[in-house]
Ligand binder design. Structure first.
Ligand code: F0G
Length: 398
């Protein structure tokens, strides 16, 4: 196992404490000895145990099992959505409902690994910047591990449900004037200055290792096959890479035969990666003042942009942006046709799928999985605004 820079290819000891390549500043990735894993699995397979993050222990870079910090994350349902399928014109459509994780988002998959890593390193404090879900999850896992937790949030821009979580789990909450990108710059500076505070944003490649399990679980839940397309909302752009990496590793060790096409969705007002993909570029231009109702993905300068571009390109996928109106429509559609309640960032996947299906870029007979990253109740204010207000005004029974 080693760390590898995705830009210059230099390799580093897996025990290194830096978050980006010390030579060129590129993003780092944890690479595993896949041949060794293949041999190990060849003897005993992955077993009949139901899916959850730690079922895929062989693919997780943790050395001391006694340090594992878990709240039972992963094992989220893959829900077949026939009524939504009909509406959109896709024959086989599933929603991977990440809202059913312990703190209500996919971040828990990363934090179980990231906070375990923090214990292995012997740090006493962890920190992150966040649009909300990362901070909620880190606060919970830090509490469970007995670590101090600092979260830096863009003031007034974090959904209520997420803020409440960080507070109740006992994190020290710092609200800064500015947006997420500025909050991340501030917390990176803090962690660079204070080596005893461990940064758990998605810049940290260990955290992403846990998020690979979304790909593992989708493949397992489909009977060890992969869908044609996996649709993922992109904010700081790490999750689409992590899911891709999961599928890539499963293929490399012979568990599955293919890697699905990765489809990344951004909100129109925060879509630098979609623009880069559409123009065929390898680099992207940050958006200075990102805006969208989907606060989770209101990010203009995604630090993991280069990883997202690679995941989309290497898998032969695509990217699309959607308006706030399209997001709201999709959020209601998913709730009312399937009983699946998601926050706006997650609904962006359904909105994007609708658009791509209409244009024929996703075919009727494609098997598609939308990754619904966060629970409806994360952002109750948005939900009540778009769903209930008009009914109350009409005098309907609430
Ligand atoms: N969906 C939800 C619900 C999120 O909270 C996020 C990211 C994403 C999608 C995008 O994932 O950043 O890996 O591309 N939320 C981060 C946070 C930024 O601070 O909670 P990504």
């Amino acid at each position: 196992m080693w760390l590898e820079c995705i830009e210059c290819g230099r390799k580093f000891d897996v025990g290194s404490r830096f978050y980006t390549c010390p030579e060129c500043g590129g993003l780092l990735e944890v690479e595993l000895d896949l041949e060794a894993i293949k041999k190990k699995l060849g003897d005993r397979g992955l077993g009949p145990e139901p899916p959850r993050v730690w079922k895929y222990r062989d693919f997780l870079p943790i050395f001391d099992d006694s340090k594992i910090v878990s709240l039972g994350e992963g094992g989220t349902p893959l829900i077949r959505c026939d009524r939504l399928s009909k509406e959109i014109g896709i024959e086989e459509l599933y929603v991977k409902f990440e809202g059913s994780n312990p703190t209500g988002s996919f971040k828990d998959r990363g934090m179980t690994v990231g906070v375990t890593r923090a214990l292995e390193l012997g740090v006493r404090s962890v920190a992150c910047a966040s649009t909300g879900n990362t901070s909620a999850s880190l606060a919970a896992y830090a509490a469970r591990a007995g670590l101090r937790c600092v979260v830096v949030l863009p003031k007034g821009k974090v959904a209520l449900g997420k803020l409440v979580q960080a507070l109740i789990y006992g994190a020290k909450v710092l609200a800064i004037e500015g947006n997420f990108d500025e909050a991340l710059a501030a917390v990176r500076q803090l962690c660079e200055k204070r080596g005893d505070i461990y940064l758990l944003n998605s810049l940290n490649p260990f955290r992403l290792q846990g998020q690979k399990s979304i790909g593992f679980e989708i493949a397992e839940q489909l009977g060890w096959r992969v869908p044609d397309k996996v649709v993922v909302p992109m904010g700081n752009c790490a999750n689409i890479w992590a899911i891709y990496k999961g599928f890539f590793e499963f293929k490399a060790v012979g568990v599955t035969k293919e890697v699905p096409e990765m489809v990344g969705i951004q909100a129109k007002g925060a879509s630098p990666i979609v623009k880069a993909i559409k123009r065929g570029l390898d680099t992207f231009e940050p958006v200075e003042k990102p805006e969208t109702i989907a606060t989770a993905i209101r990010i203009g300068n995604p630090v993991n942009g280069p990883k997202a571009i690679r995941a989309i390109r290497s898998s032969g996928g695509t990217a699309e942006s959607v308006s706030d109106a399209e997001i709201i429509k999709a959020q209601k559609l998913l709730a009312r046709l399937e009983g699946i309640g998601v926050e706006p960032a997650s609904a962006a996947t359904v909105a994007g799928l609708k658009k791509l299906a209409r244009r024929g870029e996703i075919a009727r007979d494609d098997c598609v999985v939308c990754v619904a990253t966060g629970h409806l109740l994360k952002d109750p204010e948005e939900a009540i605004k778009v769903a209930a207000a008009s009914r109350l005004m009409d005098g309907e029974v609430f």
